[in-house]
Ligand binder design. Structure first.
Ligand code: ADP
Ligand code: MG
Length: 465
């Protein structure tokens, strides 16, 4: 975005004696001078500007505008606020409320007469709420997430009536949280009375611990059992916590038995999670289990184009292809690369081109050039353990072969840009969950087995040169 660097003193002076309403209006108008009319009219004008102390509250009419403001204009808005008011004003973004009631979170229950879980209000506060920016509207679909998207939509439209629980699994940054939140937001929109809780599994664990400490287990249970929709994110974090698992098992059963919807996300397929009781993992699979795969090239391009659409700095398809070709790991990193390019363009006041993208991502590209090839990893590992390359790539499961194979997979994960399915393919067409399992196994062995740790480091060093 092209914004002038400083604000004229005149404007500040003329605002000094205005009411806060007048001040907020002139701060909004101030942007009219700075931005091209189309951008001002599309994004800034629809906002409601309010000033509360040293806080500027911006209320957006819809989640799409809110997202655009957050992604494209927030930095400029806060910088300009500083210039305009002469002190660092805090910018708070809000979404205009359409309904009176909101999704219920434990904290809010406290003011109502409903039973209160005497758990950790602080933790619940940040975890129980839905993020209005993560909706189905902004969720790009493609082959990699089509099924998960369709199932999520179905569950949100008819909670408790179809797939229960819905279990969504996939690697980091692929959209699990976005999907869970979209389901919550849609249910809340359709039914403002629905009691919805979105919680990250680590916060659920803390809640259980706190309930034990404060002997408030009944309230804790009562709260979870009273929900209409429970969205629990990253369930792998309850592994090796038997008390939490037992509690969750009862809650899960109770919700499912009363046709209340449960949606669970996880980084692996249920049966692959280690440290979780079998009765629980088998309960996970009694509804529908769907995967979110890493997006292919076209989908990565579509995501980039969607994210850059209507932005102050739009990108062409060429540039989107360029980024998508080089950033392959996950959507979060794709967003990171786009943000970096946009910031770079803004800073240098240049339009976004492939050359500019190359310049902005130069560290990332340089790191890739140093990347080790998968063939090199496989050959080096096979040589090191004195096994044949064909054996390493075979389906043989004997320890003498399987362990080196897992090490090679873990090295490939660390030293290449390949995705889990891509690594799986190069090892004789194995599933991505096998690769993930290998990486986790090696990761934990490196902490407990000094030989493995030494061998891994040696191979790592050799390959990096
Ligand atoms: P996960 O929970 O699987 O680690 P997230 O849901 O946090 O991943 O997604 C990472 C980022 O990518 C978030 O900013 C999210 O909004 C974005 N994202 C993920 N999937 C999609 C999608 N299908 N369309 C648009 N944005 C997406
Ligand atoms: Mg997540």
């Amino acid at each position: 975005m092209e914004l002038v660097e400083s604000c004229g003193l005149q404007v500040i002076e003329s605002c000094l004696f205005m009411s806060s309403q007048g001040l907020s209006v002139s701060y909004q108008k101030y942007f009219q001078e700075l931005l091209p009319p189309q951008q001002y009219n599309s994004w800034i004008k629809p906002l409601l500007f309010e000033i509360d102390g040293n806080k500027v509250i911006l209320t957006a009419p819809n989640s799409f505008t809110l997202r655009i403001i957050q992604e494209r204009f927030l930095t400029a808005l806060s910088k300009q606020a500083h210039d305009f008011f002469g002190f660092p004003a805090e910018i708070e973004l809000r979404l205009q409320k359409k309904r009176t009631s909101k999704p219920v979170v434990p904290n809010e229950l406290q003011s109502a007469s409903t039973p209160v879980p005497a758990t950790t209000p602080k933790i619940q506060k940040s975890s129980g709420k839905l993020n209005p920016l993560l909706t189905f509207d902004t969720f790009v679909t493609g082959k990699a997430n089509q099924l998960a998207h369709a199932a999520g939509l179905q569950v949100a439209e008819t909670p408790g009536a179809t797939y229960n629980p819905l279990f969504v699994y996939g690697g980091v940054g692929l959209g699990k949280t976005h999907l869970l939140q979209s389901i919550g937001n849609l249910v809340a929109k359709e039914n403002s009375d629905a009691k919805i809780c979105y919680i990250h599994a680590t916060n659920y664990v803390s809640g259980v611990v706190k309930a034990f400490q404060t002997k408030s287990f009944d309230e804790f249970k009562q709260y979870y059992n009273s929900l209409d929709l429970l969205l629990i994110d990253d369930i792998q974090f309850i592994a090796d916590k038997p008390g939490t698992q037992q509690e969750f098992f009862y809650t899960l059963n109770s919700l499912i038995d009363t046709n209340k919807q449960v949606v669970i996300s996880c980084d692996t397929f249920p049966k692959e999670i280690s440290g979780i009781e079998p009765r629980l993992t088998s309960r996970f699979t009694c509804g529908l289990t769907v995967a979110i795969e890493p997006p292919g090239l076209e989908m990565r391009v579509a995501i980039l184009l969607q994210k850059a659409a209507n932005s102050a700095t739009p990108i062409t398809e060429d540039v989107a292809f360029f980024i998508a070709k080089h950033v392959r790991s996950n959507i979060r990193e794709l967003e990171g690369a786009l943000n970096r390019i946009e910031a770079y363009a803004r800073f240098h006041k240049k339009a976004i081109s492939i050359d500019l993208a190359k310049e902005a991502l130069k560290d990332l590209l340089a790191a890739q050039n140093k990347q080790v090839s998968i063939e090199n990893i496989q050959k080096t590992v096979a040589d090191f353990y004195r096994i044949k390359l064909v054996e390493l790539l075979s389906k043989k499961r004997t320890r003498a072969i399987a362990r080196p194979r897992q090490i090679a997979m873990a090295l490939a994960r660390e030293l290449t840009q390949l995705s889990l399915p891509e690594i799986g393919n190069t090892f004789g067409g194995r599933d991505h969950t096998t690769v993930l399992h290998a990486c986790k196994t090696i990761d934990s062995l490196r902490n407990t087995d000094s030989t493995i740790e030494a061998e891994f480091n040696l191979l790592h060093q050799t390959l990096r040169g």
